[in-house]
Write a protein that binds this ligand. Structure first.
Ligand code: CTP
Length: 395
């Protein structure tokens, strides 16, 4: 992997461990990784701008509105970086980022940063154990931020406990591992669908399902972080740095997929597609009648996944389906992967309240077309996404 064109944006906050980052910058320099440094004003009480500038061979950014270009610094620095590392991260900066506070250049960049963020905290052990800080860390972890836990030992403030910045080698290796990871899908186009389709009855009513679209979104985001060109075709509203195509019905979803099919390498159908749509859409709102019953006639929607698999006869593309079941999960999934003809099927138990629809977590089993199976233990949807993608590209 070429590291020459990779940029690590290092955010340094006001803690004594700030001096250790000088060594880290040197290591990145030796590996050919470009580093851009942004400091909180307090960080400069511990390390000088000149030192950081010499080591990184780049300008060091501290003040907001120190604008040298038409593009605000907090946006251009966020755009240029492949990964943002904040080390050492104080309790104050972590808590601000967790709550969307953007009151200095570093926290403004963090607010505008949609790619991978790694945080290495360092603080007094009582601050580390503080409940608010712990809650803010959990909040960020649930959004995909990676934390490098502090070590336990003698702290500069005189206490002994957990709070020392973890080793520079650990930080370096984690960032390098991520940069490698961020290349895994380079050159590939991944198309993902998400959300429940919306089958309209009239201008005010529709048939849909409980799918939140979060699993598909997590997969799309992970594929993007792995370097893929990503298209997310979804019925939900998401903001993302990759292409999003908004659709409602199964037919619209199929049309959008047809547009992307030829150029795609991997297609992942995480959407909950309605099996039926209303036969006669009413352009006017249906009025209540004196009848006690109303019969809605439905017609079958195309099985999008099955049709895509039929089009993929020469097996140039990897096609992945999802399988939502409320009973007999694996038996149904085994039948479904054969019937649909996809390469992988992700079996999802929707009867469990703690996983699946709307939940932040999931627990799934990956089935492959040759009869292989891999169970993924309950985890955040972003970690499950990574495990799914790594499985299908490495298996
Ligand atoms: N799917 C599709 N088109 C449909 C229905 C489903 O492409 N009309 C896709 C889904 O996106 C998913 C997979 O097929 O990837 C399985 O969906 P699921 O709802 O579990 O299965 P169905 O085929 O709808 O079968 P059933 O509802 O009988 O379980």
């Amino acid at each position: 992997m070429s590291l020459q064109d990779k940029t690590v944006l290092i955010g340094i906050t006001g803690g004594i461990a700030a001096y250790k980052i000088c060594e880290l910058i040197r290591k990145f320099q030796k590996a050919g990784v470009n580093t851009k440094i942004v400091c909180t004003p307090n960080a400069l009480n511990f390390v000088t701008k000149l030192t950081l500038q010499n080591l990184s061979k780049n300008q060091v950014y501290v003040e907001e509105f120190d604008v040298k270009d038409w593009k605000p610094e907090h946006i251009s620095l966020a755009d240029e970086a492949d990964v943002m590392l904040i080390a050492p991260a104080t309790a104050n900066t972590i808590s601000k980022i967790a709550n969307g506070i953007a009151d200095n250049l570093l926290t403004s960049i963090a607010c505008a940063f949609s790619k991978k963020m790694i945080i290495a905290p360092a603080m007094n052990c009582n601050m580390w154990n503080n409940q608010s800080v712990a809650e803010n860390i959990s909040k960020l972890k649930s959004r995909g931020v990676e934390f490098l836990e502090p070590d336990t030992g003698f702290l500069a403030c005189g206490y002994t406990g957990k709070g020392r910045l973890c080793s520079i080698d650990k930080i370096y290796n984690t960032v390098l591992e991520f940069l490698e990871y961020s290349q895994k899908l380079a050159g590939k186009k991944v198309v993902v669908t998400s959300g429940g389709t919306i089958e309209e009855i009239d201008p005010v009513r529709y048939i849909s399902n409980y799918s939140s679209g979060k699993m598909g979104f997590a997969i799309a985001k992970t594929a993007y972080n792995m370097g893929a060109e990503v298209v997310l075709i979804t019925t939900k509203n998401f903001g993302a740095p990759f292409k999003i195509v908004n659709v409602k019905s199964a037919i619209q979803m199929q049309n959008a997929l047809d547009d992307e099919f030829e150029t795609s390498d991997i297609i992942i159908m995480a959407a909950a597609v309605a099996d039926y749509r209303v036969k006669n859409y009413s352009a006017q709102k249906l009025k209540k009648t004196s009848d006690e019953e109303l019969v809605l006639e439905l017609v079958k929607n195309p099985d999008i996944l099955q049709e895509l698999c039929n089009k993929n006869q020469n097996k140039e593309k990897i096609i992945v389906g999802f399988c939502a079941e409320s009973e007999n999960l694996l038996e149904n999934a085994k039948e479904k992967i054969i019937k649909k003809g996809c390469d992988y099927l992700i079996a999802n138990d929707i009867s469990r309240k703690d996983i699946g629809f709307s939940s932040e977590d999931n627990e799934v089993t990956i089935l492959d077309k040759n009869g292989g199976m891999k169970h993924l233990d309950k985890n955040s949807k972003s970690i499950i996404s990574r495990q799914i993608l790594e499985y299908i590209i490495h298996e």
